[in-house]
Design a protein around this ligand. Sequence first.
Ligand SMILES: Cc1cc2nc3c(=O)[nH]c(=O)nc-3n(C[C@H](O)[C@H](O)[C@H](O)COP(=O)(O)OP(=O)(O)OC[C@H]3O[C@@H](n4cnc5c(N)ncnc54)[C@H](O)[C@@H]3O)c2cc1C
Length: 367
Amino acid sequence: MDRFTHLDWPFLDPLHAPLARAVDTWACANLEHAHGADADAICRKLVKDLGKAGYLNYCVSETPDVRSIALIREVLAYHAGLADFSFAMQGLGSGVIVLAGSEAQKKNYLPRVAAGEAIAAFALSEPDAGSDVQAMTASAKRKGAHWALEGTKAWISNGGIADFYVTFARAEEGISAFIVEARDVDASERIEIVAPHPMATVKYHGAKAQLVGEAGQGLKLALRNLDVFRTTVGAAALGFARRALDEALARVKARRMFGQRLADLQMTQAKLADMATAIEAGALLTYRAAWLRDVRKQRVTREAAMAKMQATEAAQQVIDDAVQLLGGLGVLRGQPVERLYREVRALRIYEGATEVQKVIIARELLK
Ligand SMILES: Cc1cc2nc3c(=O)[nH]c(=O)nc-3n(C[C@H](O)[C@H](O)[C@H](O)COP(=O)(O)OP(=O)(O)OC[C@H]3O[C@@H](n4cnc5c(N)ncnc54)[C@H](O)[C@@H]3O)c2cc1C
């Protein structure tokens, strides 16, 4: 199946197809080193390489084009999960500065993030405040021209390698957004997850912080930022799922059993049909949400939630089917589908778990 059939869908403009193909060519030439045990070193290099190639400009933009970000994520995820991760985190980690930073903050951080010279992190979750973000207890107090932050942030991607952390904490006025330099936090407690990427628990002990935007507006900023990136998590899931389908197709055509190819057995064909259809459905929802936001300039709370939920849940199933079709090879350490099986899992949890997306969709329906 041509994984680029969606490039001529009406949701996309003529500039999108060449972009997706250029990223694909770049990824083929540059991502062999993007798999391995040392996720910190790999991601540091990936951020630099993505910056040099100019792709980070798409996710650090005053006028983000969600369709471009989604296509880049889809293509990067197809080739290497850490490449997608490094790309997306530069955008998520700097988005609040793009939305509400002062001119000085923008000038200081955004060009470096876009060039891949500074690594960004987004610190919202806490050990006791994940889905229930309002339960946040990290606090911020004014100290002259600056603020001082106290608290602990959990599951922070790029934790330990980031140059700065956009951090949310409770001030007198309500939840607010801050920039905290890496030297002012303790990110030494590293976290290892099923498909490792740089991650830490980040602790703030009177950490020096700069307010971003107005005090009390932090949660709104976080949600506006997530509004851009949530749809694109669906796109990353599509990239993983398309790779799994391609791996499965190659194997079932090559594997012989009972005097025929595995591909000739109807049970295999049924699986392949389900996999391809689930991917197309996820792509339709994902690029519709991106188009609504880019072209219709609409809030896409419901559509982004549907896209993220359907594409990530479908990708999990597609990848599981691919593992099954590969048999023992599907669980062999280092095989692409084995890697995908581990990489896809967290997408159903972060940036709003599936259950949270259901709550959002139902809330919009019942309005
Ligand atoms: C790989 C990874 C990277 C991450 N990166 C970051 C990052 O960079 N920055 C950051 O701030 N955070 C990050 N997170 C944290 C992520 O946002 C949280 O894990 C997520 O919000 C869920 O919170 P939790 O882990 O506390 O789970 P909980 O909130 O405890 O959720 C547990 C379960 O309860 C379910 N649930 C929630 N609401 C309802 C409901 N109304 N009804 C029924 N069930 C419900 C959830 O869906 C989930 O299944 C990351 C997490 C992971 C796994």
